[in-house]
Write a protein that binds this ligand. Structure first.
Ligand code: ATP
Ligand code: MG
Length: 200
C-alpha cells in the first residue's frame, strides 16, 4: 500500500484545489523555503488524524484553513473550510474489503483498490467542526485509526520521520536506537509477548 495522491483544498498555503501525485517507490518534493513543502506532509498527517495541531504546526485547527492574510495574522476574508484527501493505492489488498467495509460501516463503498481518507475542518461564527470520510462515507477518527493500524500505520509509529527525529535518533543510546529498529521490524511486539509469557 502506498499514497497515490493528495488533494489539498484551502489547506494552509494551498488556496486552490491542488492534486499532488505520489509514486510507488520514491517521491521527492523540492522548492524554495516557505513554498509549502512541509505543508504537504502536514496535510497527510492532518487527513489521517496522525498528529495533534502542534505536530502540524498550528495552534488551532482553524489555523490550517487557507488565509491570504496569513503573514499578518489577519483571519478576515479567507476560506471557511479546508479539506485534505489522501488516496491510498490498495491494489495489493493490504486491507481487504471486509476491513474497509467494517471501518466505513457500509457495504456501499465501491472498489477497495483505492482507499480515500478525507478530513475537513469547517469554521462557523463561533465554533469549528472536523469531519472524516472513508471513500466518501462519514466516519469517526477511531474508525480511521483502527483501519490504518491494520495496515501498520499508527501515530506512535515511524511512518513519518519528522525534521527533529533524525537528530534525536543520532543522539540516542545504542539500546534506544535498537528498540526503534525492533519496533519498525515488528519484533518489539514479540518481545512484549515473550515478557508477558515469562511473567505468567
Ligand atoms: P522550508 O524549506 O523553509 O522548510 P517549506 O517549503 O517546508 O519551507 P512550509 O513550511 O510548508 O514551507 O510553508 C510555509 C508557508 O505556508 C509560509 O509562507 C506560511 O505563511 C504559509 N502558510 C501556513 N499556514 C497558512 C495558512 N493558513 N494560509 C496561508 N498560508 C499559510
Ligand atoms: Mg519545511
Amino acid at each position: 500500500m502506498h499514497i497515490k495522491a493528495l488533494i489539498l483544498d484551502d489547506f494552509k498555503s494551498f488556496g486552490r484545489r491542488t492534486k499532488i501525485p505520489f509514486y510507488e517507490d520514491f517521491t521527492v518534493v523540492t522548492g524554495p523555503n516557505g513554498s509549502g513543502k512541509s505543508n504537504i506532509i502536514d496535510g497527510v498527517l492532518f487527513a489521517l488524524g496522525l498528529a495533534r495541531t502542534r505536530g502540524i504546526r498550528a495552534e488551532k485547527l482553524t489555523d490550517l484553513i487557507y488565509n491570504p492574510g496569513h503573514e499578518d495574522g489577519d483571519r478576515k476574508g479567507g476560506a471557511r473550510e479546508a479539506s485534505v484527501e489522501v488516496v491510498l493505492a490498495n491494489d495489493d489488498r493490504t486491507l481487504d474489503r471486509s476491513q474497509v467495509v467494517s471501518a466505513a460501516g457500509s457495504d456501499d463503498i465501491g472498489d477497495v483498490s483505492e482507499i480515500r481518507i478525507r478530513r475537513r475542518v469547517k469554521e462557523t461564527e463561533d465554533n469549528y467542526y472536523s469531519y472524516y470520510y472513508l471513500n466518501d462515507r462519514s466516519v469517526n477518527l477511531a474508525d480511521i485509526r483502527d483501519l490504518l493500524a491494520q495496515a501498520g500505520v499508527t501515530p506512535e509509529g515511524y511512518n513519518v520521520v519528522m525534521q527533529g527525529d533524525v537528530t534525536e535518533i543520532i543522539n540516542m543510546t545504542p539500546r534506544a536506537r535498537r528498540e526503534i529498529i525492533d519496533e519498525i521490524a515488528g519484533v518489539a511486539e514479540f518481545d512484549a509477548k515473550k515478557e508477558d509469557a515469562f511473567e505468567e
